[in-house]
Design a protein around this ligand. Sequence first.
Ligand code: FUL
Length: 478
Amino acid sequence: MRKSFILGLMALAALGCNSVDAPAPFGVVPTAQQVEWQKMEYNMFVHFGPNTFSGAEWGSGRESADIFNPTALDCRQWVAIAKAAGMKGIIITGKHHDGFCLWPNPVSRHTVAQSSWRDGQGDVLKELSDACREYDMGFGIYISPWDRHDPHYGTDEYNNVFVQTLEHALGNYGPVFEQWFDGACGEGPNGKVQVYDWPLFNSTVYKMQPDAIIFSNSGPGCRWVGNERGMAGSTCWSTINVNEDFTGPELSRQELNEGIQGGNTWAAAESDVSIRPGWFWRESENDLVKSLQHLLKIYYESVGHNSLLLLNVPPDTRGLIHEADSTRLMELRAAIDEIFSVDLAAGAAVEATNVRGGSKRFSASNLLDQDYDKYWATDDNVTTASFTVTLPEERTFNRVQLQEYIPLGQRVSAFSIEALSADGAWTTIAEETTIGHKRIVHTPVTTTTAVRVNILAAEACPVLNGFSLFHDTIYSAE
Ligand code: FUL
C-alpha cells in the first residue's frame, strides 16, 4: 500500500516536471565554447610591439629588433587593471603586420630573442599568460597573417612558416581562449601578396587549442563587427553565411555588422575598438583617451547589441598601461556598476500569454530568475506572445535588458515594449528587432507599475532567460 502510494507520487512528479519537452534547438546553434565566450562580454585588446616605440600604426618590417625595449614591463599590471575594469580576458598582438614576434618564435629571425631587451631572454607571451593564470583571466593571441618582414611572404612556403608560428605560439603558453586573425592582407617585403591557406590555419588552431574561438571576418568562432568604432548593429544576428571551409564569400560591412538572419554558421559579432585614436600607444595621445560618455555609448552599442566588446588599451614604452587609460577604465567600471547594480524588476510578478505546455519549468517567472539555464518558452507553434511584468510598486527606469537563451539558437526578429499609463492604457516605449545573448534597450525615462514585452515575430518559439529594468542617470548622450 505504502509502496504503491510512493510510486504514484513519483509518477505524478515525473509528469509535472518532465512531461513537456524543452524546445528543440533552432537553426545553427553556438558550441558550448561559443556560449562561454559570449558570456565574457567585455575583454581587453593589447596592441604592443615596435610601433609602441616608433609611433607608427603599421610598421614597415624593417625596424631593428632593438627598437622593442620596454623599460619596466609588468604584464601583471595590465591584467590587474583589466580585472578591476570588469573584463574577463586579454588578447595581445603576438605578431602585428611588421612581423616582430613578442615571443622567441624559432621560425622567425625578427623576435624578442634578436633584441637586446633583457639580453634577448624576454618573452611577453610567457609573462602575460602567467599573469592571466594568476588572475583567472582568459588569455588570447592576435597573430597577423600579413607579414611585412618575413622573406617567405608571398610564396607557398610562407603558409608553412605561419603554421609553425601558430603551433609555437599556441603550444607553449597554456590555454588560449581566442585566436585573433587580422583580415589585413598587403604586400610583403618582396612586393608580393600572400594567398592564405585558411583551412590549414584554422585546423592548426583547433589541433593546438581545441576550445579556442577563432576570430576572423567570417568565423569560424566569431566575426568582425564590420567597423573599428565598437558599434554592432541595432539588428544583430549571431549567424552569417559562409562556405564550409570558412574561406568566403566576403561579407559586406552591413552583413558583418548585422549578421544574417537564418545564416548557416554561428559566428557572433566581436566589436574591437581602441580607447585611444590609434591602436598603439603614443605620448601625443595621452590626453585623447575616449571620454566616459563615449565609452558608455560603445558599451551600449556592443554588449547591449548582442556583441562582445574588445576594448584596446595599449601599453606605453615602459610596458605599462598609462594612468590616463587606467583612470578612464575605472570610471567606466564604476559607471557600469552603478547603472546595473539595481534591477528595478526585482520582486515583480510575471505572466505570459503562452507558457510551453502550461509547464512550470518554462514559466515566465524564469525571466526574473538569475539562473542562466532557466528560461521562459512558448509552445512550438507559437511565435508571437507577450509577457507582462507587474512591479511591486511604481518604478522609474530608462533601460530594458532582455536575453535570449542562445544555446537553443537566436530566434526573435521583432519585439516591442509597452508601459502601463496611469489611465490604464498601454503606451509603446520601444520597437526593436533582435535580442540575442543580451539586448539593452534605451527607452524614455518611464515611471510605471507594469511593463509588457510583445514578441512580434520569431523564427521559432521564443526562448528568453532574462528581463531586467535599470535606471541610467550617467549616460547623457542620447
Ligand atoms: C587592423 C590592423 O590593420 C590594425 O593595425 C589593428 O591591428 C586592427 C585591430 O586590425 O586590421
